[in-house]
Design a protein around this ligand. Structure first.
Ligand code: FES
Length: 140
């Protein structure tokens, strides 16, 4: 138990030293929206310029309100924290509101992230927008 806490603390310190803000670190360590949704309204996938892959699962009600979102991610800490923060920004909101959420909003929610990881935020946001657009166009 003590070892577990210590390793978590050292991971936290390593990420902070690398330039991750406290919320970004929490999102990465908790990974609260990681996984898939059974009977999702939409499943979409995007490959980033770095070669990492994100898959998004959207669950939407009849009024186009986003009930739930999950990401499956083969990618870095930046990608994971950005995707988890993006979910908090769109859950319970309309599809149109979610389409208006941008990289700057996610960056703000993370407080900070290393500059070389900014493209990971883009991947999280682009994957979400692609999922919404494909859902709207009926392209499952
Ligand atoms: Fe590929 Fe971060 S390096 S998503």
């Amino acid at each position: 138990m003590v070892t577990e806490i210590t390793s978590r603390e050292s991971e936290r310190k390593m990420l902070a030293d690398a330039g991750y803000g406290a919320p970004a670190i929490d999102y990465f360590l908790e990974k609260k929206y990681m996984g898939h949704i059974e009977n999702a309204s939409q499943v979409s996938e995007k490959i980033g310029s770095c070669g990492d892959i994100m898959k998004i699962y959207l669950k939407v009600d009849d009024n186009e309100i986003i009930e739930d979102v999950r990401y499956e991610i083969t990618g870095c800490a930046g990608a994971i924290s950005a995707a988890m923060a993006a979910v908090d920004l769109v859950k319970g909101q309309s599809l149109d509101h979610a389409l208006g959420v941008n990289d700057g909003d996610v960056f703000q929610a993370l407080e900070n992230i290393p500059e070389k990881k900014h493209h990971c935020i883009q991947l999280a946001v682009k994957t979400m927008h692609q999922g919404i657009q494909e859902l709207k166009s009926g392209n499952k």
